[in-house]
Design a protein around this ligand. Structure first.
Ligand SMILES: [Zn+2]
Ligand SMILES: [Zn+2]
Length: 307
């Protein structure tokens, strides 16, 4: 398995490390890094200069233990090294864009691509939890026993129902992942209680006894299967009710995880117009956090509606 990095990922991570106030690298090393970097500006050919920057930054990325912070959690999942041709890291700007994907192509074979915000390097414990959870997704996708298929298409369901089914599937998968990590005494970002709140919210149309049974089974399942998760997610009940996003999911406008969703369907026309002016693809059933709605309510009140 080859490790690959996007240029701006390595650059951002090295700078965040060099600028760290507490527990940063020794000042002498930081000076050496900056001096070496300044010298590279004398390279005239832009491509050669960029390559030199990347190589220098990668050197310090390794020296300062940043690569180790990524590889350590990856090595807890042996399937990754065995089955991936490459593990690629790229930079995400907002939380909503973070996560891991598996790409399978005829030329490059299987690649795992992880997008993450470089600020995470400032909190190593959280970074490890985040990566472990994301690698567990990739591990499941690679594991024949899980039987993953990227096609989550259900015949006879409209686009909104398909999306809701996919969101439910993701929620169930997250529970099955963090349950296994917890059983293996690994720290996770989402605890049992937090998952249970989200689960009850999404499957509220089931009686409590059924919710207890399904949640507990998922949490302790050592070998969950894609087909089983999808079957639970596809329950036709609740698919037509007004869709509210899952607590703890990222607000589509600001990208921050929120537990305080505003009732986006009851928004006034000026507020909706103000949101759509900035987010043309936003639709009320995607929801928005209360903070954002408050901001756009004020913006909307100032902007006269086009007639
Ligand atoms: Zn997840
Ligand atoms: Zn928001």
């Amino acid at each position: 398995m080859q490790l690959r990095y996007a240029d701006d990922f390595v650059e951002g991570a090295v700078f965040i490390c060099a600028n760290r106030r507490r527990c940063g690298p020794p000042p002498l090393q930081i000076r050496r890094f900056h001096l070496a970097r300044e010298k590279l500006y004398s390279i005239l050919d832009p491509d050669a200069r960029n390559t030199a920057f990347f190589n220098l930054q990668l050197e310090w990325f390794r020296e300062w233990g940043l690569e180790k912070m990524l590889v350590g959690p990856a090595d807890e999942f042996p399937l990754l090294r065995r089955m991936l041709n490459a593990l690629v890291f790229r930079r995400a700007r907002i939380q909503r864009d973070e996560g891991a994907e598996l790409y399978v192509g005829p030329e490059n074979g299987r690649s795992g691509v992880v997008a993450l915000r470089i600020e995470r390097f400032d909190r190593p414990d959280e970074l490890a939890c985040f990566l472990r959870h994301e690698f567990a997704h990739v591990n499941d996708m690679l594991d024949p026993a899980f039987g993953y298929s990227p096609e989550v298409h259900l015949p006879g369901r409209n686009a909104a129902q398909q999306r809701l089914t996919r969101e439910r599937y993701r929620l169930l998968w997250d529970i099955a992942i963090d349950g296994r990590l917890t059983a293996a005494s690994r720290a996770t970002l989402g605890g049992r209680e937090q998952h249970r709140v989200a689960f009850d919210h999404v499957f509220g149309f089931w009686p409590e006894s059924r919710r207890n049974e399904v949640f507990d089974a998922l949490w302790v399942d050592r070998q969950p299967r894609h087909a089983d998760l999808l079957a639970i997610a596809s329950d036709p009940r609740g698919l037509d009710s007004t869709h509210e996003p899952v607590p703890g999911a990222a607000c589509p406008l600001c990208g921050f995880a929120t537990f305080a969703w505003a009732g986006a369907h009851g928004l006034s026309a000026p507020t909706r117009a103000a949101i759509c002016a900035e987010f043309p693809h936003w639709a009320p059933d995607q929801g928005a956090c209360r903070r954002c709605v408050e901001i756009y309510r004020i913006v909307g009140a100032r902007t006269p509606l086009a007639v």
